[in-house]
Design a protein. Structure first.
Lengths: 302, 280
Protein backbone atom coordinates (compact mmCIF):
# COMPACT_ATOMS: atom_id res chain seq x y z
CA UNK A 1 0.00 0.00 0.00
CA UNK A 2 1.28 3.45 -0.94
CA UNK A 3 -0.13 6.44 0.92
CA UNK A 4 0.54 9.87 -0.51
CA UNK A 5 -0.55 12.80 1.66
CA UNK A 6 -0.52 16.45 0.58
CA UNK A 7 2.68 15.71 -1.33
CA UNK A 8 4.23 18.85 -2.82
CA UNK A 9 7.46 19.42 -4.70
CA UNK A 10 8.70 22.82 -5.83
CA UNK A 11 11.82 23.52 -7.84
CA UNK A 12 12.35 27.24 -7.36
CA UNK A 13 9.22 28.94 -8.62
CA UNK A 14 7.94 25.86 -10.45
CA UNK A 15 5.53 23.57 -8.66
CA UNK A 16 6.06 20.10 -10.09
CA UNK A 17 3.73 18.30 -7.69
CA UNK A 18 0.95 20.17 -5.94
CA UNK A 19 -0.63 18.81 -2.74
CA UNK A 20 -1.23 15.32 -4.10
CA UNK A 21 -3.22 12.97 -1.91
CA UNK A 22 -4.09 9.43 -2.96
CA UNK A 23 -3.75 5.82 -1.85
CA UNK A 24 -2.61 2.91 -3.96
CA UNK A 25 -4.11 -0.31 -2.63
CA UNK A 26 -2.77 -3.84 -2.82
CA UNK A 27 -4.36 -6.56 -4.91
CA UNK A 28 -5.02 -4.49 -8.00
CA UNK A 29 -3.23 -2.69 -10.77
CA UNK A 30 -3.38 1.08 -10.39
CA UNK A 31 -2.65 3.23 -13.40
CA UNK A 32 -0.93 6.57 -12.86
CA UNK A 33 -1.94 8.83 -15.70
CA UNK A 34 -1.06 12.32 -16.75
CA UNK A 35 0.26 14.16 -19.77
CA UNK A 36 4.01 14.54 -20.25
CA UNK A 37 5.49 16.81 -17.61
CA UNK A 38 2.54 16.45 -15.26
CA UNK A 39 4.70 15.31 -12.34
CA UNK A 40 4.37 11.52 -12.55
CA UNK A 41 8.07 10.77 -12.48
CA UNK A 42 8.69 13.32 -9.72
CA UNK A 43 5.95 11.68 -7.64
CA UNK A 44 7.44 8.21 -8.19
CA UNK A 45 10.87 9.51 -7.19
CA UNK A 46 9.42 10.96 -4.01
CA UNK A 47 7.73 7.64 -3.20
CA UNK A 48 11.19 6.07 -3.46
CA UNK A 49 12.83 8.83 -1.45
CA UNK A 50 15.14 9.78 -4.32
CA UNK A 51 13.67 13.28 -4.21
CA UNK A 52 12.69 14.86 -0.91
CA UNK A 53 9.22 16.45 -0.87
CA UNK A 54 8.97 20.18 -0.21
CA UNK A 55 6.03 19.35 2.04
CA UNK A 56 3.65 16.48 2.66
CA UNK A 57 4.52 12.84 3.15
CA UNK A 58 4.51 9.48 1.46
CA UNK A 59 4.70 6.05 3.03
CA UNK A 60 5.06 2.58 1.58
CA UNK A 61 3.45 -0.09 3.73
CA UNK A 62 3.28 2.36 6.61
CA UNK A 63 6.84 3.66 6.59
CA UNK A 64 8.80 6.17 4.54
CA UNK A 65 10.81 4.13 2.06
CA UNK A 66 14.06 5.90 3.06
CA UNK A 67 13.74 4.32 6.53
CA UNK A 68 14.57 0.93 5.02
CA UNK A 69 18.27 0.15 4.93
CA UNK A 70 17.72 -2.16 1.92
CA UNK A 71 14.93 -1.67 -0.56
CA UNK A 72 14.53 -4.58 -2.98
CA UNK A 73 12.41 -6.78 -0.69
CA UNK A 74 10.03 -3.89 0.00
CA UNK A 75 9.63 -2.09 -3.31
CA UNK A 76 10.59 -3.13 -6.81
CA UNK A 77 10.86 -0.21 -9.18
CA UNK A 78 11.49 0.42 -12.84
CA UNK A 79 11.89 4.19 -13.20
CA UNK A 80 13.75 4.42 -16.49
CA UNK A 81 15.02 1.53 -18.55
CA UNK A 82 18.11 3.65 -19.19
CA UNK A 83 19.12 3.66 -15.50
CA UNK A 84 21.80 1.01 -16.08
CA UNK A 85 25.46 1.01 -17.08
CA UNK A 86 25.84 -0.09 -20.69
CA UNK A 87 29.18 -1.76 -19.96
CA UNK A 88 27.75 -4.49 -17.74
CA UNK A 89 25.95 -7.63 -18.80
CA UNK A 90 22.35 -8.09 -17.69
CA UNK A 91 23.45 -10.86 -15.39
CA UNK A 92 26.17 -8.85 -13.66
CA UNK A 93 23.88 -5.81 -13.37
CA UNK A 94 21.33 -7.94 -11.53
CA UNK A 95 24.01 -9.78 -9.55
CA UNK A 96 25.30 -6.44 -8.21
CA UNK A 97 21.78 -5.46 -7.11
CA UNK A 98 21.11 -8.88 -5.59
CA UNK A 99 24.38 -8.89 -3.67
CA UNK A 100 23.66 -5.51 -2.06
CA UNK A 101 20.37 -6.84 -0.67
CA UNK A 102 21.63 -10.29 0.32
CA UNK A 103 19.52 -11.98 -2.34
CA UNK A 104 20.95 -15.31 -3.59
CA UNK A 105 22.41 -15.40 -7.08
CA UNK A 106 19.97 -18.17 -8.04
CA UNK A 107 17.21 -15.55 -7.90
CA UNK A 108 18.99 -13.61 -10.67
CA UNK A 109 18.62 -16.57 -13.01
CA UNK A 110 14.97 -16.94 -12.00
CA UNK A 111 14.06 -13.36 -12.90
CA UNK A 112 16.07 -13.51 -16.12
CA UNK A 113 14.05 -16.57 -17.04
CA UNK A 114 10.83 -14.82 -16.05
CA UNK A 115 11.43 -11.81 -18.33
CA UNK A 116 12.83 -13.89 -21.18
CA UNK A 117 16.38 -12.55 -21.18
CA UNK A 118 18.26 -15.80 -20.54
CA UNK A 119 19.74 -15.92 -24.03
CA UNK A 120 21.00 -12.31 -23.82
CA UNK A 121 22.00 -12.40 -20.15
CA UNK A 122 25.73 -12.51 -20.83
CA UNK A 123 25.70 -9.77 -23.43
CA UNK A 124 26.44 -6.17 -22.50
CA UNK A 125 23.43 -3.96 -21.91
CA UNK A 126 24.85 -1.28 -24.21
CA UNK A 127 23.77 -3.41 -27.18
CA UNK A 128 20.21 -3.96 -25.94
CA UNK A 129 17.09 -2.58 -27.61
CA UNK A 130 14.73 -0.42 -25.53
CA UNK A 131 12.35 -3.35 -25.21
CA UNK A 132 15.13 -5.57 -23.81
CA UNK A 133 16.10 -2.83 -21.36
CA UNK A 134 12.50 -2.61 -20.19
CA UNK A 135 12.56 -6.36 -19.59
CA UNK A 136 15.81 -6.00 -17.65
CA UNK A 137 14.30 -3.18 -15.58
CA UNK A 138 11.30 -5.37 -14.81
CA UNK A 139 13.65 -8.20 -13.84
CA UNK A 140 15.37 -5.83 -11.41
CA UNK A 141 12.03 -4.83 -9.91
CA UNK A 142 11.07 -8.48 -9.38
CA UNK A 143 14.43 -9.43 -7.84
CA UNK A 144 13.42 -9.00 -4.20
CA UNK A 145 9.93 -10.50 -4.66
CA UNK A 146 8.52 -7.27 -3.18
CA UNK A 147 4.91 -6.55 -2.12
CA UNK A 148 4.95 -3.15 -3.83
CA UNK A 149 5.97 -2.54 -7.45
CA UNK A 150 6.36 0.74 -9.30
CA UNK A 151 6.74 1.02 -13.05
CA UNK A 152 7.29 4.29 -14.93
CA UNK A 153 6.14 3.96 -18.54
CA UNK A 154 7.03 0.25 -18.73
CA UNK A 155 5.38 -0.34 -22.09
CA UNK A 156 7.64 2.06 -24.02
CA UNK A 157 9.61 0.21 -26.63
CA UNK A 158 7.92 -3.15 -26.14
CA UNK A 159 6.58 -5.07 -29.12
CA UNK A 160 2.92 -6.22 -29.10
CA UNK A 161 3.91 -9.60 -27.68
CA UNK A 162 5.88 -7.82 -24.96
CA UNK A 163 2.96 -5.53 -24.13
CA UNK A 164 0.69 -8.54 -23.78
CA UNK A 165 3.21 -10.27 -21.55
CA UNK A 166 3.65 -7.19 -19.31
CA UNK A 167 -0.11 -6.81 -18.91
CA UNK A 168 -0.39 -10.44 -17.91
CA UNK A 169 2.49 -10.02 -15.48
CA UNK A 170 0.89 -6.96 -13.82
CA UNK A 171 -2.41 -8.85 -13.48
CA UNK A 172 -0.63 -11.79 -11.91
CA UNK A 173 1.36 -9.64 -9.50
CA UNK A 174 -1.82 -7.89 -8.41
CA UNK A 175 -3.67 -11.18 -8.01
CA UNK A 176 -0.90 -12.31 -5.68
CA UNK A 177 -1.88 -9.45 -3.41
CA UNK A 178 0.79 -7.01 -4.40
CA UNK A 179 0.45 -3.28 -4.92
CA UNK A 180 1.14 -2.52 -8.58
CA UNK A 181 1.47 1.14 -9.61
CA UNK A 182 2.05 1.79 -13.30
CA UNK A 183 2.49 5.20 -14.89
CA UNK A 184 1.65 6.13 -18.44
CA UNK A 185 0.80 9.18 -20.49
CA UNK A 186 -1.46 7.15 -22.75
CA UNK A 187 -4.93 6.17 -21.61
CA UNK A 188 -5.11 3.44 -24.22
CA UNK A 189 -2.24 1.64 -22.48
CA UNK A 190 -4.08 1.66 -19.17
CA UNK A 191 -7.46 0.71 -20.56
CA UNK A 192 -6.64 -2.99 -20.63
CA UNK A 193 -4.21 -2.99 -17.72
CA UNK A 194 -5.48 -1.00 -14.76
CA UNK A 195 -8.33 -1.56 -12.32
CA UNK A 196 -7.85 1.77 -10.59
CA UNK A 197 -6.67 5.11 -11.89
CA UNK A 198 -4.85 8.04 -10.39
CA UNK A 199 -4.97 10.90 -12.88
CA UNK A 200 -2.92 14.05 -12.48
CA UNK A 201 -2.41 17.18 -14.56
CA UNK A 202 0.15 19.89 -13.86
CA UNK A 203 1.08 18.15 -10.63
CA UNK A 204 -2.42 18.27 -9.15
CA UNK A 205 -4.84 15.39 -8.64
CA UNK A 206 -7.67 15.17 -11.16
CA UNK A 207 -9.14 11.81 -10.28
CA UNK A 208 -8.44 8.80 -8.08
CA UNK A 209 -11.08 6.18 -8.72
CA UNK A 210 -11.82 2.91 -10.48
CA UNK A 211 -11.47 2.64 -14.22
CA UNK A 212 -15.25 2.24 -14.68
CA UNK A 213 -16.00 5.32 -12.55
CA UNK A 214 -13.52 7.28 -14.57
CA UNK A 215 -15.00 6.08 -17.83
CA UNK A 216 -18.47 7.17 -16.69
CA UNK A 217 -17.26 10.73 -16.07
CA UNK A 218 -16.34 11.41 -19.61
CA UNK A 219 -19.17 9.39 -21.17
CA UNK A 220 -21.03 11.71 -23.52
CA UNK A 221 -23.17 9.99 -26.04
CA UNK A 222 -23.22 11.35 -29.52
CA UNK A 223 -24.94 10.01 -32.61
CA UNK A 224 -23.56 10.28 -36.09
CA UNK A 225 -26.30 10.70 -38.70
CA UNK A 226 -25.94 10.58 -42.47
CA UNK A 227 -28.73 11.94 -44.67
CA UNK A 228 -29.05 13.63 -48.08
CA UNK A 229 -31.48 16.15 -46.55
CA UNK A 230 -29.26 17.62 -43.84
CA UNK A 231 -30.86 21.07 -43.57
CA UNK A 232 -34.32 19.68 -42.89
CA UNK A 233 -33.19 17.07 -40.39
CA UNK A 234 -31.04 19.63 -38.56
CA UNK A 235 -34.05 21.90 -38.13
CA UNK A 236 -36.11 18.96 -36.80
CA UNK A 237 -33.40 17.93 -34.34
CA UNK A 238 -32.86 21.47 -33.08
CA UNK A 239 -36.60 21.65 -32.56
CA UNK A 240 -36.31 18.63 -30.25
CA UNK A 241 -33.60 20.39 -28.20
CA UNK A 242 -30.60 18.49 -29.55
CA UNK A 243 -27.24 19.97 -30.44
CA UNK A 244 -26.14 19.41 -34.00
CA UNK A 245 -22.80 19.84 -35.67
CA UNK A 246 -22.12 19.24 -39.31
CA UNK A 247 -18.84 17.88 -40.45
CA UNK A 248 -17.75 16.18 -43.66
CA UNK A 249 -21.33 15.69 -44.79
CA UNK A 250 -22.36 13.99 -41.54
CA UNK A 251 -24.30 15.32 -38.60
CA UNK A 252 -23.06 14.80 -35.06
CA UNK A 253 -25.99 14.93 -32.69
CA UNK A 254 -25.73 15.16 -28.92
CA UNK A 255 -28.57 15.25 -26.45
CA UNK A 256 -30.86 12.86 -28.29
CA UNK A 257 -30.62 9.08 -28.46
CA UNK A 258 -30.36 7.29 -31.77
CA UNK A 259 -33.82 5.71 -31.37
CA UNK A 260 -35.51 9.11 -31.08
CA UNK A 261 -33.58 10.43 -34.09
CA UNK A 262 -34.74 7.42 -36.11
CA UNK A 263 -38.38 8.05 -35.07
CA UNK A 264 -38.16 11.70 -36.05
CA UNK A 265 -36.74 10.83 -39.44
CA UNK A 266 -39.51 8.28 -40.05
CA UNK A 267 -42.31 10.67 -38.98
CA UNK A 268 -41.04 13.32 -41.35
CA UNK A 269 -40.03 10.95 -44.14
CA UNK A 270 -36.34 11.98 -44.11
CA UNK A 271 -34.08 9.36 -45.66
CA UNK A 272 -31.21 8.25 -43.42
CA UNK A 273 -28.16 6.43 -44.76
CA UNK A 274 -26.28 6.22 -41.48
CA UNK A 275 -27.20 6.20 -37.80
CA UNK A 276 -24.38 5.34 -35.37
CA UNK A 277 -24.10 5.81 -31.62
CA UNK A 278 -20.64 6.75 -30.41
CA UNK A 279 -19.49 6.72 -26.81
CA UNK A 280 -16.62 8.94 -25.86
CA UNK A 281 -13.59 6.74 -25.28
CA UNK A 282 -11.55 6.68 -22.09
CA UNK A 283 -8.86 8.49 -24.02
CA UNK A 284 -11.29 11.33 -24.77
CA UNK A 285 -12.40 11.46 -21.15
CA UNK A 286 -8.75 11.65 -20.14
CA UNK A 287 -7.92 14.34 -22.67
CA UNK A 288 -10.96 16.38 -21.67
CA UNK A 289 -10.14 16.24 -17.98
CA UNK A 290 -6.45 16.97 -18.30
CA UNK A 291 -7.09 19.79 -20.79
CA UNK A 292 -9.35 21.39 -18.18
CA UNK A 293 -6.70 21.13 -15.53
CA UNK A 294 -4.10 22.68 -17.77
CA UNK A 295 -6.35 25.66 -18.49
CA UNK A 296 -7.32 26.04 -14.87
CA UNK A 297 -3.76 26.01 -13.64
CA UNK A 298 -2.46 28.26 -16.38
CA UNK A 299 -5.12 30.81 -15.34
CA UNK A 300 -4.27 30.31 -11.69
CA UNK A 301 -0.61 30.99 -12.21
CA UNK A 302 -1.23 34.52 -13.48
CA UNK B 1 -17.73 -2.99 -2.83
CA UNK B 2 -15.93 -6.23 -3.40
CA UNK B 3 -13.62 -7.75 -0.90
CA UNK B 4 -10.58 -9.14 -2.57
CA UNK B 5 -9.28 -12.44 -1.37
CA UNK B 6 -5.63 -11.56 -1.40
CA UNK B 7 -2.72 -12.97 0.46
CA UNK B 8 -1.08 -10.30 2.52
CA UNK B 9 2.45 -10.19 1.23
CA UNK B 10 4.70 -10.24 4.26
CA UNK B 11 8.32 -9.32 3.99
CA UNK B 12 10.89 -11.69 5.42
CA UNK B 13 14.21 -9.90 5.34
CA UNK B 14 17.64 -10.89 6.56
CA UNK B 15 19.53 -8.33 8.61
CA UNK B 16 21.19 -5.61 6.54
CA UNK B 17 24.96 -6.06 6.55
CA UNK B 18 27.63 -3.59 5.47
CA UNK B 19 29.68 -6.39 3.98
CA UNK B 20 26.94 -7.11 1.42
CA UNK B 21 27.30 -3.56 0.18
CA UNK B 22 31.08 -3.98 -0.01
CA UNK B 23 30.61 -7.23 -1.94
CA UNK B 24 28.16 -5.54 -4.27
CA UNK B 25 30.46 -2.58 -4.93
CA UNK B 26 33.38 -4.95 -5.50
CA UNK B 27 31.31 -6.85 -8.07
CA UNK B 28 30.14 -3.56 -9.59
CA UNK B 29 33.71 -2.36 -10.11
CA UNK B 30 35.07 -5.58 -11.58
CA UNK B 31 32.08 -6.28 -13.82
CA UNK B 32 33.24 -3.41 -16.04
CA UNK B 33 35.94 -4.31 -18.52
CA UNK B 34 37.31 -0.78 -18.34
CA UNK B 35 38.36 -1.26 -14.70
CA UNK B 36 41.05 -3.84 -15.41
CA UNK B 37 42.32 -1.99 -18.47
CA UNK B 38 42.52 1.38 -16.70
CA UNK B 39 44.48 -0.13 -13.81
CA UNK B 40 46.82 -2.03 -16.11
CA UNK B 41 47.51 0.90 -18.43
CA UNK B 42 47.82 3.31 -15.50
CA UNK B 43 50.39 1.10 -13.78
CA UNK B 44 52.33 0.56 -17.01
CA UNK B 45 52.47 4.30 -17.69
CA UNK B 46 53.74 5.07 -14.20
CA UNK B 47 56.40 2.37 -14.32
CA UNK B 48 57.40 3.43 -17.83
CA UNK B 49 58.02 7.03 -16.73
CA UNK B 50 60.26 5.88 -13.88
CA UNK B 51 62.03 3.18 -15.81
CA UNK B 52 62.66 5.61 -18.65
CA UNK B 53 64.48 8.00 -16.31
CA UNK B 54 66.54 5.18 -14.80
CA UNK B 55 67.40 3.92 -18.27
CA UNK B 56 68.51 7.43 -19.24
CA UNK B 57 70.87 7.53 -16.26
CA UNK B 58 72.18 4.06 -17.09
CA UNK B 59 72.63 4.93 -20.77
CA UNK B 60 74.51 8.20 -20.24
CA UNK B 61 76.31 7.29 -16.98
CA UNK B 62 79.67 6.93 -18.65
CA UNK B 63 79.40 10.38 -20.19
CA UNK B 64 79.01 12.12 -16.82
CA UNK B 65 82.11 13.62 -15.31
CA UNK B 66 83.65 12.23 -12.18
CA UNK B 67 82.13 14.89 -9.86
CA UNK B 68 78.60 14.30 -11.17
CA UNK B 69 78.91 10.55 -10.62
CA UNK B 70 80.22 11.06 -7.11
CA UNK B 71 77.41 13.46 -6.34
CA UNK B 72 74.81 11.02 -7.71
CA UNK B 73 76.01 8.27 -5.41
CA UNK B 74 76.62 10.50 -2.38
CA UNK B 75 73.14 12.02 -2.55
CA UNK B 76 71.42 8.69 -3.09
CA UNK B 77 69.99 10.05 -6.34
CA UNK B 78 69.14 6.53 -7.46
CA UNK B 79 66.08 6.94 -5.22
CA UNK B 80 64.95 9.91 -7.30
CA UNK B 81 64.53 7.50 -10.19
CA UNK B 82 62.54 5.10 -8.01
CA UNK B 83 59.54 7.39 -8.35
CA UNK B 84 59.92 10.55 -10.40
CA UNK B 85 57.85 13.74 -10.24
CA UNK B 86 56.46 13.04 -13.71
CA UNK B 87 55.38 9.57 -12.66
CA UNK B 88 53.66 11.06 -9.62
CA UNK B 89 51.71 13.42 -11.90
CA UNK B 90 50.65 10.46 -14.05
CA UNK B 91 49.62 8.49 -10.96
CA UNK B 92 47.57 11.40 -9.61
CA UNK B 93 45.92 11.83 -13.02
CA UNK B 94 45.02 8.15 -13.25
CA UNK B 95 43.85 7.66 -9.67
CA UNK B 96 41.86 10.91 -9.43
CA UNK B 97 40.10 10.07 -12.69
CA UNK B 98 39.33 6.49 -11.64
CA UNK B 99 38.02 7.70 -8.28
CA UNK B 100 35.80 10.34 -9.88
CA UNK B 101 34.50 7.86 -12.46
CA UNK B 102 33.56 5.37 -9.73
CA UNK B 103 30.98 7.94 -8.61
CA UNK B 104 30.04 9.96 -11.69
CA UNK B 105 29.84 6.83 -13.83
CA UNK B 106 26.67 6.02 -11.89
CA UNK B 107 25.26 9.53 -12.21
CA UNK B 108 26.04 9.78 -15.90
CA UNK B 109 24.18 6.57 -16.73
CA UNK B 110 21.31 7.10 -14.27
CA UNK B 111 22.34 3.88 -12.53
CA UNK B 112 22.52 5.86 -9.28
CA UNK B 113 18.70 5.88 -9.07
CA UNK B 114 18.58 2.11 -9.46
CA UNK B 115 21.33 1.80 -6.86
CA UNK B 116 19.69 4.07 -4.27
CA UNK B 117 16.32 2.38 -4.82
CA UNK B 118 17.93 -0.96 -4.01
CA UNK B 119 19.81 0.57 -1.08
CA UNK B 120 17.96 3.55 0.43
CA UNK B 121 20.72 3.82 3.06
CA UNK B 122 22.81 5.97 0.74
CA UNK B 123 25.51 6.85 3.24
CA UNK B 124 26.41 3.21 3.88
CA UNK B 125 26.45 2.49 0.18
CA UNK B 126 28.89 5.33 -0.50
CA UNK B 127 31.02 4.23 2.45
CA UNK B 128 31.22 0.75 0.90
CA UNK B 129 32.17 2.31 -2.42
CA UNK B 130 34.93 4.37 -0.76
CA UNK B 131 36.25 1.25 0.94
CA UNK B 132 36.36 -0.77 -2.28
CA UNK B 133 38.03 2.05 -4.25
CA UNK B 134 40.54 2.56 -1.43
CA UNK B 135 41.50 -1.12 -1.35
CA UNK B 136 41.79 -1.40 -5.14
CA UNK B 137 43.76 1.83 -5.46
CA UNK B 138 46.10 0.89 -2.62
CA UNK B 139 46.89 -2.35 -4.42
CA UNK B 140 47.26 -0.44 -7.68
CA UNK B 141 49.59 2.09 -6.05
CA UNK B 142 51.58 -0.68 -4.37
CA UNK B 143 52.07 -2.54 -7.64
CA UNK B 144 53.00 0.62 -9.59
CA UNK B 145 55.32 1.85 -6.87
CA UNK B 146 56.86 -1.55 -6.10
CA UNK B 147 57.44 -2.35 -9.75
CA UNK B 148 58.94 1.11 -10.27
CA UNK B 149 61.38 0.68 -7.41
CA UNK B 150 62.40 -2.80 -8.42
CA UNK B 151 62.80 -2.07 -12.14
CA UNK B 152 64.64 1.24 -11.73
CA UNK B 153 67.10 -0.05 -9.12
CA UNK B 154 67.67 -3.20 -11.17
CA UNK B 155 68.48 -1.04 -14.19
CA UNK B 156 70.85 1.18 -12.18
CA UNK B 157 72.48 -1.85 -10.59
CA UNK B 158 73.90 -2.61 -14.02
CA UNK B 159 76.14 0.39 -13.28
CA UNK B 160 76.45 -0.63 -9.62
CA UNK B 161 74.56 2.46 -8.48
CA UNK B 162 71.19 0.88 -7.63
CA UNK B 163 70.05 1.02 -4.00
CA UNK B 164 68.32 -1.61 -1.85
CA UNK B 165 64.93 -1.09 -0.20
CA UNK B 166 66.72 -0.99 3.14
CA UNK B 167 68.53 2.21 2.13
CA UNK B 168 67.40 5.14 4.34
CA UNK B 169 64.30 6.75 2.84
CA UNK B 170 63.80 4.08 0.16
CA UNK B 171 60.86 2.36 1.82
CA UNK B 172 59.28 5.74 2.57
CA UNK B 173 59.35 6.64 -1.12
CA UNK B 174 57.76 3.34 -2.08
CA UNK B 175 55.04 3.57 0.58
CA UNK B 176 54.28 7.26 -0.03
CA UNK B 177 54.04 6.70 -3.78
CA UNK B 178 51.79 3.70 -3.25
CA UNK B 179 49.47 5.64 -0.93
CA UNK B 180 49.32 8.63 -3.28
CA UNK B 181 46.94 6.51 -5.40
CA UNK B 182 44.16 5.90 -2.82
CA UNK B 183 44.48 9.44 -1.42
CA UNK B 184 43.91 10.97 -4.86
CA UNK B 185 41.22 8.43 -5.80
CA UNK B 186 39.16 9.21 -2.69
CA UNK B 187 39.62 12.95 -3.32
CA UNK B 188 38.40 12.31 -6.87
CA UNK B 189 35.36 10.48 -5.51
CA UNK B 190 34.52 13.44 -3.27
CA UNK B 191 34.73 15.84 -6.23
CA UNK B 192 32.54 13.46 -8.25
CA UNK B 193 29.97 13.17 -5.46
CA UNK B 194 29.76 16.96 -5.21
CA UNK B 195 29.72 17.85 -8.90
CA UNK B 196 28.04 14.67 -10.30
CA UNK B 197 28.73 15.55 -13.97
CA UNK B 198 31.45 13.39 -15.56
CA UNK B 199 33.53 15.93 -17.48
CA UNK B 200 33.16 18.69 -14.87
CA UNK B 201 34.17 16.33 -12.06
CA UNK B 202 37.27 15.00 -13.80
CA UNK B 203 38.42 18.51 -14.70
CA UNK B 204 37.62 19.61 -11.13
CA UNK B 205 39.70 16.79 -9.67
CA UNK B 206 42.65 17.66 -11.94
CA UNK B 207 42.47 21.33 -10.96
CA UNK B 208 42.36 20.44 -7.27
CA UNK B 209 45.07 17.77 -7.28
CA UNK B 210 47.42 18.88 -10.09
CA UNK B 211 46.94 22.48 -11.16
CA UNK B 212 46.49 24.01 -7.72
CA UNK B 213 49.62 22.38 -6.17
CA UNK B 214 51.62 23.34 -9.26
CA UNK B 215 50.87 27.06 -8.96
CA UNK B 216 51.44 27.20 -5.19
CA UNK B 217 55.08 28.09 -4.54
CA UNK B 218 57.20 27.37 -1.48
CA UNK B 219 58.63 30.90 -1.43
CA UNK B 220 55.92 32.79 0.49
CA UNK B 221 54.56 31.71 3.83
CA UNK B 222 50.85 31.57 2.99
CA UNK B 223 51.48 29.95 -0.37
CA UNK B 224 53.85 27.44 1.24
CA UNK B 225 51.29 26.53 3.93
CA UNK B 226 48.64 25.96 1.28
CA UNK B 227 51.09 24.01 -0.87
CA UNK B 228 52.01 21.76 2.04
CA UNK B 229 48.31 20.97 2.44
CA UNK B 230 48.18 19.30 -1.01
CA UNK B 231 48.90 15.59 -1.63
CA UNK B 232 51.41 16.39 -4.40
CA UNK B 233 53.63 18.50 -2.11
CA UNK B 234 53.20 15.99 0.71
CA UNK B 235 54.39 13.27 -1.64
CA UNK B 236 57.38 15.42 -2.65
CA UNK B 237 58.25 15.94 1.01
CA UNK B 238 58.06 12.19 1.69
CA UNK B 239 60.18 11.48 -1.38
CA UNK B 240 62.99 13.74 -0.21
CA UNK B 241 65.57 11.12 0.65
CA UNK B 242 68.81 12.94 0.12
CA UNK B 243 70.38 15.65 2.25
CA UNK B 244 68.04 18.40 3.44
CA UNK B 245 67.23 20.73 0.58
CA UNK B 246 67.33 24.42 1.45
CA UNK B 247 63.66 25.28 1.69
CA UNK B 248 62.39 28.61 3.01
CA UNK B 249 59.62 26.87 4.98
CA UNK B 250 60.73 23.35 5.92
CA UNK B 251 58.24 20.83 7.28
CA UNK B 252 58.37 17.35 8.76
CA UNK B 253 57.54 14.04 7.14
CA UNK B 254 55.04 13.54 9.98
CA UNK B 255 53.20 16.59 8.71
CA UNK B 256 53.25 15.16 5.19
CA UNK B 257 51.80 11.84 6.37
CA UNK B 258 49.11 13.78 8.22
CA UNK B 259 48.19 15.62 5.00
CA UNK B 260 47.78 12.23 3.27
CA UNK B 261 45.57 10.97 6.09
CA UNK B 262 43.41 14.10 6.20
CA UNK B 263 42.81 14.07 2.44
CA UNK B 264 41.76 10.44 2.53
CA UNK B 265 39.53 10.94 5.54
CA UNK B 266 38.10 14.24 4.33
CA UNK B 267 37.42 12.79 0.88
CA UNK B 268 35.63 9.81 2.39
CA UNK B 269 33.47 12.00 4.65
CA UNK B 270 32.52 14.36 1.80
CA UNK B 271 31.66 11.42 -0.48
CA UNK B 272 29.39 9.87 2.14
CA UNK B 273 27.71 13.10 3.20
CA UNK B 274 27.28 14.58 -0.30
CA UNK B 275 24.57 12.02 -1.20
CA UNK B 276 22.63 12.30 2.05
CA UNK B 277 20.24 15.19 1.51
CA UNK B 278 20.32 16.03 -2.17
CA UNK B 279 17.72 14.89 -4.69
CA UNK B 280 19.09 12.08 -6.81
Amino acid sequence: MIEVRELTKRYGATTAVDALTFTVRPGRVTGFLGPNGSGKSTTLRMILGLHAPTSGSVTVDGRPFTDRPRGLRHVGALLDAGDVHGGRTARSHLAVLARSNRIPLSRVDEVLEEVGLVAAARRRIGGYSLGMRQRLGIAGALLGDPPVLLFDEPLNGLDPEGVKWVRGLFRRLASEGRTVFVSSHLMTEMEHTADELVVIGRGALIAAESLSEFAARGRRLSVTVGTPDRARLTALLLGEGAEVEEEAGLLTVTGLPAARIGELALEHRVLLDQLTTRTASLEEAFMELTADSVEYLAGDAR
Amino acid sequence: MTTLDVRVASVVEPRARFRDLVGSEWLKLWSLRSTGWSLLLGALAVVAFNFGTAWDHYRYWLQYDEASRAGFVANGMALWDAFTYNAALVLILASAAMGAVAVVGEYGSGLIRTTFTAVPDRGSLMAAKVLVVTVVQTLFGAVASGASFWSTQAMLSARDIGLPITHPGALRIVVASALLAPVCAVAGMAVGALLRKSAVSIVGAFVLLLLLPAVLTERRHLSAVLAHATPLHAWQRLGDAGPAVQEPFPWSTGGAWLVFALWALGGAVVTVLAVRRRDQ
